[in-house]
Design a protein around this ligand. Structure first.
Ligand SMILES: [Zn+2]
Length: 503
């Protein structure tokens, strides 16, 4: 039953305990144990071979690239990488798993003891532990919909069989649905920065299961957990957790017992449904994979991967706030996407090269640059549904906009107009600027002539001003600005209007 009736007081008596299991497809060119293409969207059952189908006699060969990606993700998540990890067979039957088992890792996973830091509501940070990160392979896909005879048949697409995965299991350190949302957001950022996955949830590259239980506050022992599966966005995970916490509290409050089970999230109804009782590890009859030797990762290999790690979002955020005095919000927005952060830095580098100037100039430039990128470029990218790579504006184009804006050659209104035209026509800032050459009128004589004309045409307002109603000055400024088609330099115009009116 939807548990909308629970009061905040009842909910406050219980503490949720949440752990997350995230499966991530690695962006390798080929599959984990064979040379089939690892590609989404191919015609069904075209990227398959005896190895990924598990035909008798076929033998798996581990893809070194997959190991490299898994180690890279492990290091970025502060995990300790095990020198010698063991592949294991996880046995179960499912139509989309022709081998009858999945190659995974069990008691000796690739990496353990990592963490992710998440922001808390009070402005601090909290460390969420990562229990383990292990390598495994994906299964195929059952297609239940979209065919003429879907009512009576299920189709199988085995292209996904053998796609390399990492599974990242968190400690049960998460206490609220918001923390779960933050953890997933940070995790995805890190995986995107390290380029081990495209993390596309719609295509299933990143999938999340949540374990959730509730316990009376003050009690140490965990309650019985339910696993929520089939959630395909972070927002839905938060909603599913909120629903599930209320449901479990209601069960306990009514004197019942929470069942250990797997539940499915139904986004249309906004609730979870019981799917099956949860398997235990022993149900899978894990045993060491006899066709693969232990995976040995040398210190040298790990050091090589570590040396190539990019600067991660958290470190970059701190640096932007320290070196460029950006606000926490600006730093967060600029680092949310690695491409965006790199474009920002390309602009900073260009200005440093140009100016070889003092730190305070760089600071002033960086702040303006962040403003213009976020308010003009990024907001329009969002509105047009474009990625940073698809932007019509280059880093150099942004630099020009910032420079023209800092030395007041273009007004903020003109900047907005040029960005509008750039996006409408798909042309860079410089192209539009050179064509339009929006000029500011800074010629005192020309402005004075326009002011005189406006004053002569509005004797009533002049009388009001001279009678003491000083706010009427704004009326004259507006009239002259309109007459100049928005090109009058605002500071100069204000000064001249006041001088004329008082004169
Ligand atoms: Zn294959």
């Amino acid at each position: 039953m939807p548990a909308a009736a629970l009061s905040p007081e009842v909910l406050a008596k219980y503490e949720p305990v949440i752990g997350l299991e995230v499966h991530v497809q690695l962006l390798t060119a080929t599959k984990a144990f064979c040379s089939c293409a690892n590609r989404f969207g191919s015609a069904p059952n075209t990227n398959i071979c005896p190895v990924c189908l598990g035909l008798p006699g076929a033998l798996p060969v581990l893809n070194e690239n997959a190991v490299e990606f898994a180690v890279r993700a492990s290091l970025a998540l502060h995990c300790e990488v095990r020198e010698r990890s063991i592949f294991a067979r996880k046995n179960y039957f499912y139509p989309d798993l022709p081998k009858g088992y999945q190659i995974s890792q069990f008691d000796k996973p690739l990496a353990e003891h990592g963490w992710i830091e998440v922001p808390t509501a009070d402005g601090g940070t909290k460390r969420i532990g990562i229990t383990r990160l292990h390598m495994e392979e994906d299964a195929g896909k059952s297609l239940h919909d979209g065919f003429a005879d879907s009512a009576t048949r299920t189709y199988l697409d085995l292209n996904r069989c053998g796609t390399p995965l990492i599974e990242i299991v968190s400690e049960p350190d998460i206490r609220t649905p918001d923390e779960a949302f933050e953890y997933l957001t940070r995790l995805k950022e890190i995986l995107l920065y390290t380029a081990v996955s495209d993390c596309n949830m719609e295509e299933g590259s990143l999938r999340c299961d949540a374990n959730v239980s509730v316990r009376p506050r003050g009690q140490e022992k965990f309650g019985t957990k339910a696993e929520v599966k089939n959630v395909n966005s972070f927002k839905f995970i938060r909603a599913a957790l909120e629903y599930e916490i209320e449901r479990q509290v209601e069960v306990v409050e009514a004197g019942g017992r929470v069942e250990q089970e797997t539940r499915l999230w139904n986004a249309h109804e906004g609730r979870t449904y019981s799917m099956r009782s949860k398997e235990q590890a022993h149900d899978y009859r894990y045993f060491p994979e006899p066709d693969l030797p232990p995976l040995v990762v040398s210190d040298e290999f790990i050091d090589g991967v570590r040396a190539e790690l990019p600067e991660l979002p958290e470190a970059r955020r701190a640096r932007y706030m320290r070196d460029y005095q950006l606000s926490a919000e600006q730093a967060r927005d600029l680092t949310a996407d690695r491409g965006l952060a790199e474009k920002f830095e390309a602009g900073i580098k260009e200005i440093c090269d140009q100016k070889s100037s003092k730190d305070e100039d760089i600071g002033k430039f960086a702040k303006k640059y962040a403003d213009i990128m976020l308010n003009e470029e990024v907001s329009r990218l969002k509105a047009h549904g474009l990625s940073i790579a698809q932007s019509p504006i280059s880093a150099h184009g942004n630099v020009i906009a910032v420079n023209l804006s800092i030395n007041q050659t273009t007004s903020s209104k003109q900047v907005k107009l040029i960005y509008d035209m750039s996006f409408a026509e798909g042309k860079d800032y410089e192209v539009i600027y050179e064509r339009e050459k929006p000029q500011q009128i800074t010629d005192t004589a020309a402005l004075e002539k326009m002011i005189d004309e406006v004053i002569a045409a509005n004797p009533k307002q002049l009388e009001q001003y001279r009678g003491g109603k000083k706010t009427v000055a704004g009326f004259f400024v507006g009239q002259v600005m309109r007459a100049s088609k928005g090109q009058a330099n605002p500071a100069l115009l204000n000064e001249l209007v006041t001088r004329k009116l008082d004169g």
